[in-house]
Design a protein around this ligand. Structure first.
Ligand SMILES: C[S@@+](CC[C@H](N)C(=O)[O-])C[C@H]1O[C@@H](n2cnc3c(N)ncnc32)[C@H](O)[C@@H]1O
Length: 656
């Protein structure tokens, strides 16, 4: 129900209410683009931690509860671990997670890739904890409200100087989504790609079969797509081939290039009759000297710049330059041994520059001393807006790959290679990119980021957010068995825990859910799936604390993972024991430090300076002046102020 309808329902006067209802119905019918798009009543979320529905807008206090890590570390013990960057999976409603991410990474994200529910009408997503089906007349409107709230938050995460937002969608919502994106990102560059993801097609009687979906690509600042070796459309992949350097005829062809017009460009080139090689380059002939009077070295013929009619013309270079270039192999003769005739060729200045600067690669020299060089293909070609890549087939390279890893647990994952290729267009040159997917589903995006990193030695980091919902069918079955949302059995089967995390662990380890080595190679690479990836990931659940009931000590402990994330996710996430708050924490393996009690300041500064690689420092104080004074000593490290009531730092769920 829209907010308007709810307000109308409150009008006590029946007549007036009915007239207003009729008027509203009439207006909605005429709405632009047929879009029934209204702001709906604030979404609510059931937060099991608080044991109730919480409307959007009511302040809530989130924290990250560590569930698991890969490689495994004893999360009951203080973390010690290597300092590599870690990926993260967060189990949460993305509306809350995105607000938390504002605190952590506003303006720092390089790429957001999302594959939201397509709103098929087949109860494939929830609004206010209720599946939305085809009979809901506000279906599109709800979906747009849902997306708008999240995209507004996503916008604040993206780096305005250079970043990209990629949203996949199908025909049910692509028009609505297009309008929304235009409204939300008027200044960004927008384009849409059509991608064949199932050539076989989904057959629908009396209709064209569905074979494609769409990608909206919204670019900010200096973001630019980086071409790859495929144009994305031709099924038969044509790679641009290598190109040999081009030799040009040495005799000038222009009609005005006649012997007397330039004094230094008429001279003989002597060629040996024995081997057809250039023997020497003769002197320039003065304009009144007959060329037939020139002495020809023994066993040679003289080649002159003559037209086909025998008119005296010019060579392309002055004699001195010609000698230099010949010495370097930049002039050659094509010799016809039988006729004892030859044609002289040379390399133009541009080609010589390319060889000398390495743009064209020198291969060596021919027998006659002339240079051999080649322009190696850059391997790139401008990509097209219609993609028809067999490797993007969602069944073969999405469902089948996923099933081979964790079994049949999730419908409609993306092709691993489709996500990898899409990301590559925008982050191929950003080896440390931060990539976010807040509709992560089965976790294809992190898998694709790991594959891309493995291919090009990158250290890109991925943050995935996904909720822990079960499918409509599973929910019915679980309810029948007497379970309800929040029960251990119900939560165990949720997507984050039953699909996203196991897939992430298995793909990194190179083993399936039963511990067997994965079979086969990643397509187009020598990389065995069984090799897994040199990658690390922490799995958190976004929990909520009741501010009025939680002791400060516990707040500090629960919020530590947030500080770890804000400091860049270095090393295994730290875990503190007990409820007490230490006066300070210096964590070189995590590259950050926290001063809790300012009486420990002198010792803290000393320890931070002595510890290697601390680049982020948090100061707990309610006084801004105090914070600035303390932070000044530790510059140029990045510093942040934290309020003593830790939860106040992270209050979220404000109305937008
Ligand atoms: C279409 S799927 C994404 C599939 C994914 N690209 C893949 O390859 O597996 C969308 C996912 O978003 C999740 N989701 C839907 N609404 C959400 C919300 N409000 N917060 C977090 N996740 C949500 C759903 O559970 C679903 O798994």
């Amino acid at each position: 129900m829209s907010a308007l309808n709810e307000l109308i329902a409150q009008i006590p006067d029946d007549g007036l209410r009915q007239r207003i209802e009729a008027e509203v119905r009439r207006t909605l019918k005429h709405k632009k683009f047929g879009l029934v798009f209204e702001e709906h009543l604030p979404e609510t979320a059931y937060l099991p931690d608080l044991g109730r529905e919480v409307p959007f807008g009511e302040p809530i206090y989130p924290y990250l509860e560590l569930q698991d890590t890969i490689p495994a570390h004893d999360i009951a013990a203080p973390a010690k671990g290597p300092r590599e960057n870690w990926h993260t999976l967060i189990e949460a409603d993305n509306y809350h997670a995105l607000q938390l991410l504002q605190y952590l990474y506003a303006g720092q994200v390089d790429c957001i890739y999302i594959d939201p529910p397509y709103n098929t009408g087949a109860r494939d997503w929830k609004y206010n904890n209720d599946y939305v089906d085809g009979a809901d007349q506000y279906r599109h409107s709800k979906w747009l409200s849902f997306m708008k709230r999240r995209l507004l938050l996503a916008k604040k995460l993206l780096n305005p100087a250079c970043s990209v937002l990629i949203v996949t969608i199908d025909e049910k919502e692509y028009l609505h989504l297009g309008c929304l994106l235009e409204e939300l990102f008027p200044d960004a560059r927008r384009q849409m790609v059509t991608s064949v993801i199932s050539a076989k097609g989904v057959v629908r009687t009396g209709q064209f079969s569905r074979v494609e979906e769409y990608l909206f690509i919204i670019e900010f600042g200096s973001s630019n797509l980086i071409p790859v070796e495929y144009n994305m459309l031709d099924t038969e992949i044509k790679k641009e081939s290598n190109r040999h350097i081009e030799w040009l005829g040495f005799r000038r062809r222009a009609p005005q290039a006649i012997r007397h017009s330039r004094p230094n460009q008429f001279y003989p080139i002597f060629v040996s009759k024995v081997d057809g090689k250039i023997h020497s380059i003769g002197e320039v002939l003065q304009y009144n000297v007959d060329r037939h009077t020139v002495t020809i070295p023994d066993g040679c013929v003289a080649l002159w710049p003559l037209s086909s009619k025998g008119d005296e013309r010019l060579w392309s270079l002055q004699q001195k330059q010609a000698i230099v270039n010949w010495g370097k192999g930049y002039i050659k003769v094509n010799w016809d041994k039988r006729k004892e005739e030859g044609t002289v060729y040379y390399l133009p200045e541009g080609t010589i520059k390319d060889i000398e600067s390495g743009i064209a690669t020198k291969l060596g020299y021919d027998e006659d001393g002339s240079i051999q060089a080649i322009y190696y293909s850059q391997g790139t070609t401008p990509p097209k807006r219609v993609w028809n890549m067999p490797t993007h087939n969602a069944e073969t390279y999405g469902t089948n790959i996923l099933n081979s890893i964790i079994g049949k647990r999730f419908d409609f994952p993306k092709s691993l290679y489709a996500v990898r290729d899409t990301l590559k267009f925008f982050v191929a040159d950003k080896k440390n990119a931060l990539i976010v997917d807040f509709f992560a589903g089965s976790g294809t995006t992190l898998h694709a980021v790991n594959l891309l990193n493995a291919e090009d030695g990158g250290h890109r980091r991925c943050i995935m957010v996904t909720n822990n919902e079960v499918s409509d069918a599973e929910a019915k079955a679980l309810t029948k068995q007497g379970h309800k949302q929040g029960d251990a059995e119900w939560e165990r089967l949720g997507i984050a825990r039953y699909v996203t995390w196991p897939r992430t662990v298995c793909s990194i380890l190179g083993r399936d859910i039963n511990g067997q080595l994965l079979k086969g190679n990643y397509l187009g690479t020598e990389r065995a799936m069984a090799d897994g990836f040199d990658a690390r990931c922490a799995f958190f659940r976004l929990g909520f604390l009741d501010k009025t009931r939680v002791a400060l000590g516990r707040q500090f402990r629960e919020l530590l993972p947030l500080l770890w994330m804000k400091a860049g996710c270095h090393g295994a996430p730290p875990v503190l024991q007990g409820d007490g708050v230490p006066p300070m924490l210096v964590l070189p393996e995590n590259a950050f430090a926290v001063l809790v009690d300012r009486r420990a300041y002198a010792r803290f500064v000393q320890e931070v300076e002595d510890a290697p690689g601390i680049n982020t420092v948090f100061f707990v104080t309610d006084s801004e002046t105090m914070y600035r004074e303390m932070a000044a000593r530790l510059s140029p490290r990045t510093t942040f102020q934290l309020y003593k009531d830790y939860l106040d730092n992270f209050r979220i769920n404000r109305p937008q």
